[in-house]
Ligand binder design. Structure first.
Ligand code: ADP
Ligand code: MG
Length: 244
């Protein structure tokens, strides 16, 4: 057994005395795609944010590639440089062109030369089907195109781990597929992905494992064919019934 790429060990987090994460234990192997499902408020975003060190945890430990990133002495920027993140919306810097959005981290965090960063960004834009949009600003793009750029930006630095937080939830229904297709192709590349999602059909297709979060606890997890099709827990069944 190789060590997991990501490991959360008994992670607790509260806001204003209210426990939002209540003893999360989770391991994600390199190359694994994990879908995080659960009702609104169950703690999905908070969980993802603790991994990216956007929320300090109250107790427990988080390991990335064998290093304890919950140690207060770690440099959060060094950790974030190894993690790509896409949120539901407001991902792109509005004052920068599409190309500059993608090259920013390459140039400033990874110290890539201007020429190499631009070449890498253009290759990525080609891949996400937006090479002709390199020089426009994000407000000229559809929501689906913006999310595809946000994904291109998130993978530009070749992060070890991708965190996707309901990246299609704010999109018009006809724009969801183009974004999910891109996530599917990243999964096919063997990237390690943890994604909070309400797209159950997609999770069933693409995820290696589905994790059901209920009020800050992992109530049930396993292969999609088990958790989504034949859940053991009544609360999982109750949650999934909303999607049928
Ligand atoms: P989900 O992503 O599953 O909808 P969240 O992680 O966003 O759930 O939220 C879990 C709970 O934590 C909710 O009750 C939410 O109101 C609360 N919460 C999240 N972030 C904060 C915050 N910064 N301050 C106070 N409460 C928060
Ligand atoms: Mg959320």
């Amino acid at each position: 057994m190789t060590a997991p790429l990501l490991r959360l060990e008994d992670v607790w987090k509260s806001f204003d005395g209210h426990d939002v994460l209540r003893g999360i234990d989770l391991e994600v192997a390199a190359g694994e795609v994990v879908a995080l499902i659960g009702a609104s408020g169950s703690g999905k975003s908070t969980l993802l944010r603790t991994v990216n060190l956007l929320e300090p945890i109250d107790d427990g430990r988080i390991w990335l590639d064998g290093a304890d990133i919950s140690d207060p002495r770690v440099d959060p920027d060094a950790v974030r440089a190894r993690i790509g993140v896409v949120f539901q919306q407001y991902n792109l810097f509005p004052h920068l062109t599409v190309l500059a959005n993608i090259t920013l981290a390459l140039r400033h965090v990874h110290r890539t030369s201007k020429r190499d960063a631009a070449a890498a960004a253009l290759a990525l834009l080609e891949r996400v089907g937006l090479a002709d949009k390199a020089d426009v600003h994000p407000d000229r793009l559809s929501g689906g195109q913006q999310q595809r750029v946000a994904i291109a930006r998130a993978v530009a630095t070749s992060p070890a781990l991708l965190l996707l937080d309901e990246i299609t939830s704010a999109l018009d229904p006809e724009l969801v597929a183009e974004v999910l297709d891109l996530v599917r192709s990243l999964a096919d590349d063997g990237r390690t992905i943890v994604m909070a999602t309400h797209e159950m059909a997609f999770a069933r297709d693409v995820a290696d494992r589905v994790v059901f979060l209920d009020d800050g606890r992992i109530l049930e997890q396993g292969p999609p064919a088990e958790v989504l099709v034949a859940p053991r827990e009544p609360r999982t069944r109750e949650f999934l019934a909303r999607f049928t």
